[in-house]
Design a protein around this ligand. Sequence first.
Ligand SMILES: Nc1ncnc2c1ncn2[C@@H]1O[C@H](COP(=O)(O)OP(=O)(O)OC[C@H]2O[C@@H]([n+]3cccc(C(=O)O)c3)[C@H](O)[C@@H]2O)[C@@H](O)[C@H]1O
Ligand SMILES: Nc1ncnc2c1ncn2[C@@H]1O[C@H](COP(=O)(O)OP(=O)(O)OP(=O)(O)O)[C@@H](O)[C@H]1O
Ligand SMILES: NC(=O)CC[C@H](N)C(=O)O
Length: 610
Amino acid sequence: MMNLKIAAVSVNQTPLDWKGNLERIVKGINEAKSADADFICFPELSICGYGSEDLFLSHWYPARSLSQLKELLPHTQGITLAVGLPVRIEKEVYNTVAIIEDGSLKGFVPKQFMAIDGVHYEFRWFTPWPHGKLIELDFFGEKIPFGDQIFNLKGVKYGFEICEDAWRKEKRPGYRLQDRKVDLIFNPSASHFAMGKTEERIDLMKESSKLFDCFYVYVNLLGNESGRMIFDGERILAHKGKILGRAPLLSFKDVVVSYFELSPEKQNPSAVIPKEKEFVQAAALALFDYMRKSRSKGFVLSLSGGADSSTCAVLVSEMVKRGIAELGKEEFLNKAGLKGDFSTEKEIVHELLITAYQGTKNSSEDTFLSAKELAESIGAKFYHWEIDDEVNSYRSKIEKAIGRELTWEQDDITLQNIQARARSPIIWMLSNLNNALLMATSNRSEGDVGYTTMDGDTSGSISPIAAVSKDFIINWLKWAEKNLNQSGLARVNALQPSAELRPLETTQTDEKDLMPYPVLLEIEKLAIRDQKSPLDVYLILKEELTLDSQTLKGYIKKFYQLWARNQWKRERLAPSFHLDEFNVDPKTWYRFPILSAGYSEELKELENFN
Ligand SMILES: Nc1ncnc2c1ncn2[C@@H]1O[C@H](COP(=O)(O)OP(=O)(O)OC[C@H]2O[C@@H]([n+]3cccc(C(=O)O)c3)[C@H](O)[C@@H]2O)[C@@H](O)[C@H]1O
Ligand SMILES: Nc1ncnc2c1ncn2[C@@H]1O[C@H](COP(=O)(O)OP(=O)(O)OP(=O)(O)O)[C@@H](O)[C@H]1O
Ligand SMILES: NC(=O)CC[C@H](N)C(=O)O
């Protein structure tokens, strides 16, 4: 077998950016050509973007994708490549790769299995292609083979499994490719990032290359393409059960190329990094892409000095650090749309992140100092003011209208929420003044139980940490203080999470209002990720946790009741990134009825269980 030089090219695409998407593909082609590569594999649907949603359902969008493919052909002289695009044939749309050799189109291979789990909804747009079927497609007057087929380059036989195709253990196309004696299988992917997911992919690549006794090349999309899903640009070469090559994940560049030789020698595979590092790299890249793709001028953050808002602040500082480290200052500023002379990273953070501490009489000196010291340490702009006047004004108006005074005994939630809401209009003003994105600081645990004031602390246009649990945030901040040299987190890490909405003498803490965060996380994993019933959750956790049965039952009941009652809130949170193995965002991972009987029978069954 010939030793081909393969270029695996990850691109950071954007739906409807036809020109930019094509330019990035051409950039990848030119780079691979100048490195004398024989073959280029681009990711799934890279001509238009994987996250094009219901645009796929139209007639014009797949048609425009085909025109883009035609436009690409003149750039492909002297090289062979595979690139993904949607193709409509009458009523059906197929998710395909087009194979181009030396300027002419050789064929299309459509995906056979749809991705439908978790964040994927492919059956809404695409039709699976039946294995073994081959037809001809009219491509601007030329008949092109379309279907289940293999190809040959310089004596190397190759075929394709498109992303999900490889994840369908028993039925995957690989078996039939093996029957046809391919030497090489490509997997162009649009595989969402999740912390730790690379391990699964590595295992899949080892298993696939061993099972089919071949070279296996995996190429993923890159970046926060269209808002929620993050692609990590994973690129892997495997052979007969071994990983020979692997690129580092989550680049800030638009086009990244790995060269793989079809030789059993190891080609410097990059090591897997810990979850904490993956989190910060993914969230930083996602924020950068979101900022530049939404043409915003930075971020605004209501900074309480607590865990959630401090995490958001650190992520922006890491976005600047990591972006500059990889792109260099000039390119970073250019991509971010920033003009001016900035000599330090802190000066750039100062330009991109505006924070404000908004105290009330229930706020503590500790949280004020925590916010101030963190903002100063990362270079963010820091304002502070009190919102007691606004709160008092609302309070006295409503007291006059209803003819009585509000008291903490009778009006607890109302009095808490007005404080959270009074912070919202003024922080939005900062966001409007600067054309910057307002960050909402909700985390996944708060999302589970609706522990947040709608139109108060949920205000914002982006929720960067809504997909990770509070437990994760608390641990990550400790890790970040040490490992990311974020010394400004020292005071944050010494605080106990608190909403600071009740009078200080009541010493409100989140965990007193709810339950211990680690317990909430265990219940959430079983109830939502594993879809267990309340009684099943109890039966499992009573073996695992050292809680008496009444307390545990009480926590489980609280979780399910609050979960059901607060679906409407989850529907209204600002868009968030998918970062962990699961999330509770109804638009991506978990759907639940807005109106329901709230598990009343199931919770009765739990209560009656002895
Ligand atoms: N199915 C449904 N569809 C639409 N709306 C529905 C609804 N069910 C209730 N509602 C409405 O929801 C409203 C109540 O929601 P909302 O006003 O948000 O308030 P609510 O959820 O009642 O209270 C907010 C909770 O979040 C906590 N909090 C707030 C702010 C910050 C923090 C922190 O950790 O820092 C914590 C606070 O301690 C309190 O426990 C009601 O007016 C009700 O009409
Ligand atoms: N004093 C404050 N100044 C500015 N923003 C505040 C203040 N108090 C609350 N907020 C806003 O409301 C959000 C919700 O508060 P929450 O208590 O859930 O988060 P946190 O304070 O960041 O973290 P923790 O819950 O660990 O204290 C904060 O993240 C912040 O954006
Ligand atoms: N686009 C796809 O087919 C992705 C599906 C696959 N299960 C993944 O998460 O990687």
